[in-house]
Ligand binder design. Structure first.
Ligand code: 5GP
Ligand code: ZN
Length: 136
């Protein structure tokens, strides 16, 4: 998909903060995080949403989320971690390339519809390093 922003990130045309990748998936920091340590997992091939994904590929998502979320938990000790996966604009999907949100929740403050943060590059690098270290 030529003009899909996540495909462009995967092709390396747009920079991203990659916390983990394997043959089929990439996990990166969300550019407008709901909270510290907000990560997105996406397939390297373009599928618009969950329903377009081959079942075998979809089956890889949750074990990967378990691993990345454990890294986020270890790095930041949030009170909880929310997994969110929007399908379609009415469900809140704004980037039409499948992705799963891993959202740490702190101090009992529920993260629902979030206001995007605007962390500095240094803050994102700190978060990136902490999660990568925790996953190593
Ligand atoms: P959705 O609303 O589709 O479930 O979530 C899309 C997410 O992608 C949003 O949380 C948004 O902040 C994030 N996002 C949009 N564009 C970019 C980008 O260029 N880089 C990164 N790292 N995240 C992005
Ligand atoms: Zn795409």
């Amino acid at each position: 998909m030529d003009n899909c922003i996540f495909c462009r990130i995967i092709r390396g045309e747009i920079p991203s903060k990659t916390v983990f990748e394997n043959e089929h998936f990439k996990a990166m920091l969300d550019i407008g995080p709901a909270s510290r340590g907000h990560v997105l997992i996406m397939p390297k091939e373009h599928y618009s949403n969950l329903f377009e994904m081959p079942e075998a590929l979809a089956a890889e998502v949750l074990p990967l989320a378990q691993k990345i979320a454990a890294g986020v938990q270890k790095a930041f000790q949030p009170a909880g971690i929310k997994l969110v996966q929007n399908n379609g604009a009415m469900a809140g999907q704004s980037v039409m390339h499948f992705h799963l949100h891993i959202i740490p929740c702190y101090d009992g403050t529920e993260v629902g519809q979030w206001n995007p943060g605007s962390p500095s590059g240094e803050e994102l690098d700190e978060v990136l390093a902490a999660i990568k270290e925790a996953l190593a």
